[in-house]
Design a protein around this ligand. Structure first.
Ligand code: SAH
Length: 359
């Protein structure tokens, strides 16, 4: 009943969500419905995004994150403009049509430098999407990057509960700032991705419900979630990691609530279990984000302990992912990978044309 209602109306009450999130009794039915919906929208296609982790310097000090400023036991690195460009070149040859530039909040990359990097990628790869994931910036900076040619932005809200947010971040960071950044990005015209960690310290079921409610308000094109995994050099080193099963359940719920969404089977999911990403795809995910960073720096972008794929060349990652995706019953496609909508089925989605601006 609950699952059918969620499938049909894309929503259920908080009370039903709580029951769904807290018990495993609906999982089989949930995943079956989620897979049906993902196939209606995306068939068996899986989009790939080439992830370029270009700096592990960060001015922030998020309590969960391995590249936080106060981790002094980490060798820091930055990729030059040429190194970033050569990652794109390798990636393009391997079939990537989206490049994701992710990093800590690193002031070394001034707006001018970012604009240069973005413009050069934009000029060389006119048929590709450029995604940024470099944290909170001013409206003006976001706007400049957009003008330079970036068209997507990933910024997880991490948790939609302000008190919980304060427990995961140092004073000076706030949920309100994070939300404002997300609103600014949308206003400028980016396709926005948000998301949260599952099982982060002090998270409750109510926090997860708030996450879903916030996403309903934001209507992002992409929703990235993964289990929290503790990192030995952070204040959260003694907390246990988030549950694989709960993460899968949340993916299934997201697929039914946001049928059109781009939902990655994340590296954190693959770290939690060797088959985690395959299970994620079967629970409703439709994107994978293999690593395109040079092998020499991979290990240094350790957001959490035992992060997978730190030893493989880009081509090996690409092949390995292809095999994994087909073993789960899906297929990787060479495509810029925009949101697909079945408008006639969802006339009530209020902000569709603006939200999914696909320039
Ligand atoms: N500086 C950028 C990129 C952050 S890293 C930004 O602020 O958006 C990308 C994501 O990794 C984060 O948004 C967070 O959700 C996730 N992450 C960080 N530490 C983690 C951990 N210990 N376990 C699981 N995920 C983590």
């Amino acid at each position: 009943m609950i699952i059918e209602q969620l499938h049909e109306t894309r929503d259920i009450s908080d009370v039903d969500l709580k029951l769904l999130i807290e018990t495993g009794q609906f999982d089989r039915e949930l995943f079956r419905h989620a897979d049906k919906v993902r196939k209606e929208y995306y068939e068996t296609d899986v989009y790939i995004r080439g992830l370029i982790e270009f700096t592990n310097y960060c001015r922030n000090d998020c309590f969960y994150c391995g590249i936080r400023r106060n981790n002094h036991n980490l060798e820091r690195y930055r990729l030059s403009q040429n190194e970033i460009l050569s990652c794109c070149e390798i990636g393009y040859g391997l079939g990537y049509r989206t490049f994701v530039l992710q990093g800590g909040e690193d002031p070394f990359y001034t707006d001018e430098l970012m604009n240069e990097i973005i413009s050069e990628i934009r000029e060389k790869y006119t048929d590709c999407a450029i995604t940024l994931s470099i944290g909170e910036k001013s409206y003006e900076s976001y706007e400049a990057f957009f003008k330079a040619g970036a068209n997507r932005y990933l910024l997880r809200h991490e948790t939609a509960n302000p008190e919980h947010y304060a427990k995961l971040h140092p004073a000076g960071m706030s949920l309100e700032n994070r939300k404002n950044s997300l609103r600014n990005l949308k206003k400028i015209g980016y396709q926005v991705g948000s998301g949260f960690m599952v099982g982060s310290p002090f998270q409750t079921t109510d926090c997860l419900i708030e996450d879903l409610r916030f996403l309903q308000e934001l209507e992002p094109a992409m929703i990235g979630i993964g289990p929290f995994i503790s990192h030995h050099e952070t204040p959260f080193n003694r907390f246990k990691s988030g549950s694989l099963q709960l993460t899968l359940r949340m993916i299934g719920i997201l697929r039914l609530m946001f049928p059109y969404a781009l939902i990655p089977a994340t590296t954190a999911l693959g770290t939690a279990d060797p088959q985690g990403r395959e299970m994620g795809l079967r629970a409703g995910a439709n994107v994978v984000m293999p690593n395109l960073s040079p092998v020499e720096v991979r290990k240094k972008y350790e957001l959490y302990d035992n992060k997978i794929c730190t030893g493989d060349e880009a081509a090996e990652c690409r092949d390995c992912l292809s095999r994994r995706v087909s073993s789960a019953g899906y297929k990787i496609v060479t495509d810029v990978g925009n949101v697909r909508l079945l408008k006639e089925q969802h006339p009530q989605t209020k902000t569709v044309p603006e939200t999914f601006n696909t320039r």
